[in-house]
Design a protein around this ligand. Structure first.
Ligand SMILES: [Fe+2]
Length: 329
């Protein structure tokens, strides 16, 4: 019955969901697994089974179940399509492929980097909340799917920043699920304003832009914040994270040149998450664990003045292998 493969090769191909959410349905839509102490996954119910059979796991203290990532993403895609059709919005199912690819590749990368297993499991639950919210909110799916227009791999970058911000929140010791979910959402949507910029500006490297074009590009933080404010249900904290994601603690960022004390607490985390992922992307030729090491070294030794100290400490904490690392300055 075991789902084959080594524990490490499997954990990034499984998605955790709260057991209460599964128990609230009448039948299981997909096969369900529990994670054994060995790290391997054991199938406990097949698709179509009545969920009552899983109640005994909750009684034994199991608070989450696992489903195959591919099954899970098909379910999210179905919800996105249903939400879109109920509101008469254009069918975005084809575009959902970019979200599907991004989740798969970011999970693999996080697995390869070697984050703490517990942090990874926690973050998958948060990603589940974010994707569920996206599936239920056509306006939000529309914004996220727009990231596909960005140069490089916009959706993957957004997903990586989202999960890194959530992990940093956990590293901070913040325990409220709502706080971690806001971080994940702010991380996912941070560059959404770029999707409104002219394509010819998006396609050029920053140094090739004229000074006017640079001003337009730097406006994407405010444009993104405005887009989210129009979506009405977006929490104020999330709008601030989008507006402030390029500010730096020493005041050298944009658009307002805010200093650390003026930057909102959750934005400080998204700023670091975005910069960390950016730096990792610059070392794309290196293996995942090496990329993370190089990015961490660059940030803690040469760029520490740009970031909030507590956020930097949280970053060191979520990399067990770097615990003894020093922050310069
Ligand atoms: Fe940005």
């Amino acid at each position: 019955m075991e789902n084959g493969g080594g524990a490490n090769s499997k954990r990034e191909s499984m998605q955790s969901i709260p057991i209460d959410e599964v128990l609230s349905k009448s039948h299981l839509p997909v096969d369900a697994f529990v994670c054994l102490a060995s790290g391997k996954f054991l199938m406990v119910a097949k698709a179509g089974a009545a969920v009552e059979t899983l109640g005994k796991f909750k009684e034994r203290g199991v608070d989450r179940l696992f489903v195959r990532l591919e099954d899970y993403l098909s379910l999210v895609q179905k919800s996105v399509e249903e939400a879109a059709s109920s509101l008469g919005v254009a069918d975005d199912s084809r575009k959902f492929a970019s979200v599907r690819d991004a989740v798969g590749s970011v999970y693999r990368e996080i697995g390869d980097i070697g984050f703490d297993e517990e942090v990874f499991g926690h973050v998958k639950l948060v990603n589940h909340s974010t994707l569920s919210l996206m599936a239920k909110t056509p306006k939000m799916s529309e914004l996220i799917l727009k990231l596909d227009r960005l140069p490089g791999d916009g959706v993957k970058h957004a997903m990586m920043v989202s999960l890194t911000a959530a992990m940093l929140g956990v590293g901070h010791g913040w325990v409220k699920p709502g706080t971690i979910e806001k971080l994940a959402l702010g991380g996912l949507l941070h560059d959404v304003g770029q999707a409104r910029l002219p394509q010819n500006i998006l396609d050029k490297p920053f140094h090739a832009l004229s000074s006017d074009e640079q001003v337009i590009l730097k406006g994407h933080s405010d444009v993104g914040a405005q887009l989210l404010a129009q979506a009405k249900s977006t929490p104020e904290d999330v709008i601030l994270m989008v507006q402030e994601h390029h500010e730096y603690a020493d005041g050298s960022g944009f658009p307002r040149g805010l200093k650390n004390l003026q930057i909102s607490p959750l934005s400080k985390v998204v700023i670091l998450a975005n910069s960390f992922v950016d730096r990792m992307e610059k070392y794309s030729q290196e293996p995942a664990s090496e990329r993370a090491h190089l990015a961490l070294e660059r940030i803690t030794k040469h760029e520490a003045h740009l970031f909030d100290r507590e956020a930097l400490r949280a970053l060191l904490r979520i990399f067990p292998g770097f615990e003894k690392g020093k922050i310069a300055g």
